[in-house]
Write a protein that binds this ligand. Structure first.
Ligand code: COA
Length: 160
């Protein structure tokens, strides 16, 4: 099924836990996901009724928002769903936030740079210290540090 023809993105108000299996693809620890899922705004892309991509954004008190989770179901990866979701989120949050932050392992940085995010800072040992099991990238590398990238919106939204 082609992605563009029949897919739509909607906000999820209730039953966020339904998307846990998808969310665990991007963040493999349920305890970590549950830290931000309640407070987060959840968006799902559905194609022909199937949830193919999910994202969680949390708004901070400093006027920034943070993309906490972005996951595409395996059969749908590499078909533009993740890119479409990121563009949707940027459009959605640019008028109401100063910037969007996203934390990722090393391999995720080039993906976000495509959309104008820039490397901002790293949290050494985030993955090794906070996850009960080793987190491993697709190429087999162990995730150690969390790298943060930021896209500044320049919308003039004041700091809260
Ligand atoms: C990473 C992920 C969100 C990307 O979404 P996607 O729908 O598969 O990606 P898209 O089809 O929109 O890809 C757009 C481009 O980014 C590239 N890309 C995809 N994943 C990438 C990655 N991890 N690093 C660098 N580039 C990547 C693609 O090759 C593609 O390039 P092209 O247009 O030149 O072919 C998705 O594959 C996923 O959920 N993976 C598992 C969970 C995960 O790792 N989440 C963390 C996000 S960093």
């Amino acid at each position: 099924m082609p992605m563009d023809v029949c897919c739509e993105i909607r906000s999820v108000e209730e039953g966020k836990l339904r998307f846990l299996p998808l969310l665990l693809l991007a963040d493999p620890c349920e305890r970590m996901v549950s830290r931000y899922l309640d407070a987060g705004e959840v968006f799902v892309m559905e194609c022909g009724g199937e949830a193919v991509c999910v994202a969680v954004v949390v708004r901070g008190e400093d006027g920034e928002c943070e993309l906490k989770n972005l996951a595409v179901a395996e059969p749908w990866q590499g078909r533009g769903c993740g890119s479409r979701m990121v563009r949707f989120l940027l459009d959605r949050f640019a008028p109401v936030a100063k910037a969007m932050l996203v934390g990722t392992a090393d391999s995720g940085v080039p993906f976000y740079e495509r959309f104008g995010f820039e490397y901002a800072f790293r949290v050494p040992g985030f993955f090794t210290e906070n996850y009960p099991e080793p987190v491993v990238e697709e190429d087999g590398r162990l995730c150690v540090d969390m790298l943060y990238c930021r896209k500044v919106f320049g919308s003039g939204v004041p700091v809260v």
